[in-house]
Ligand binder design. Sequence first.
Ligand code: NAP
Length: 337
Amino acid sequence: MSPTNHQVRLAARPSGLPKQSDWNFTEEPIPTAGAGEFAVAISHVSLDPAMRGWMNAGASYIDAVEIGDVMRAGAVGRVTASEHPGFAVGDHVYSDFGVQEYAVCDGRGAIKIDPSLAPLPTYLGTLGLPGMTAYFGLLDTGKLKLRDTVVVSGAAGAVGSVAGQIAKIKGARVIGIAGGEQKCRWLTDELGFDAAIDYKAEDVRRALREAAPSGVDVYFDNVGGEILDAVLTRLARGARIVICGAVSQYNATDGVRGPSNYLSLLVARASMTGMVVFDYAAEYGKAAAELAGWMQEGRLISREHIVEGGLSAFHDTLLGLFAGENTGKLVLRVGSD
Ligand SMILES: NC(=O)c1ccc[n+]([C@@H]2O[C@H](COP(=O)([O-])OP(=O)(O)OC[C@H]3O[C@@H](n4cnc5c(N)ncnc54)[C@H](OP(=O)(O)O)[C@@H]3O)[C@@H](O)[C@H]2O)c1
């Protein structure tokens, strides 16, 4: 175990794709827990497209990370010392501990997790915020109904792969959109999607005409941009579009591309609604229990894409999200379980 705490701090606000020089790698003594706190040795850090937005200045659904701060990130680890009545040495915990190897926490926002139920990285994916996002985005914002035709973009990623599988469990017909033949095959052959469209090789609009002949009832949008515009042309009457994210736009330097086909909403009497997972915090427990149940029954497959490189691999691994290098939830290992 390292005697010091290594950290990744935001050094500069990027324009476009983040650069290595946008980060500072620092080291400090391992922090100790004071009264009402516990210390944690972090094993895995979550890498999320949203990190790109948190690097920008300005108001959003959450405060920007300030220059010099440890980069915000969800993480899991093991309690190594505790002065907190609710957490004991040896407990496994999740919180936004940041991109570092050790952290101290006063318990706020920390959740105890059970490694005998699922491996620790699963609590950053299917049983963590991506799983919650898929669950509430589809069932609450998307108002999924039996026999709906559902389209999910970013379908082989952390949120998309869970959203598509929940839709299947709930009796929908599901079409995934993802980059590359291998990802598309994973969606249909292993996750049970009814069809998959490789947006890098196919014309999405034309492919949707074949895969969703009677139109799209729910579009779970993770990517925005051209794919959103293509799906807008195929809406069924009363369709619901869930604006979960727009990863294709997060590094844009010349403004976000809006949907030029938005008048399809009028024609289809459709809606397009944004959702933020944090609004459902009070209900995470219920959703996690249901997701864990489906996993135990073998109806929901959770896949984590774990990069073993430690903090020095953080920058390159983060860029991988924008190049589609991950299948399932992207996680960086920074310490032992
Ligand atoms: N609203 C909320 O509360 C909330 C919470 C969590 C996440 N999100 C959003 O959910 C979305 C998915 O997040 P995630 O964590 O599950 O990430 P992810 O899907 O696991 O990883 C990102 C994926 O996006 C795809 N991608 C990258 N650039 C693209 C482009 N230009 N066009 C189309 N696809 C592109 C890549 O897959 P391909 O190989 O298929 O291109 C990549 O693997 C993101 O937009 C994120 O911001 C929202």
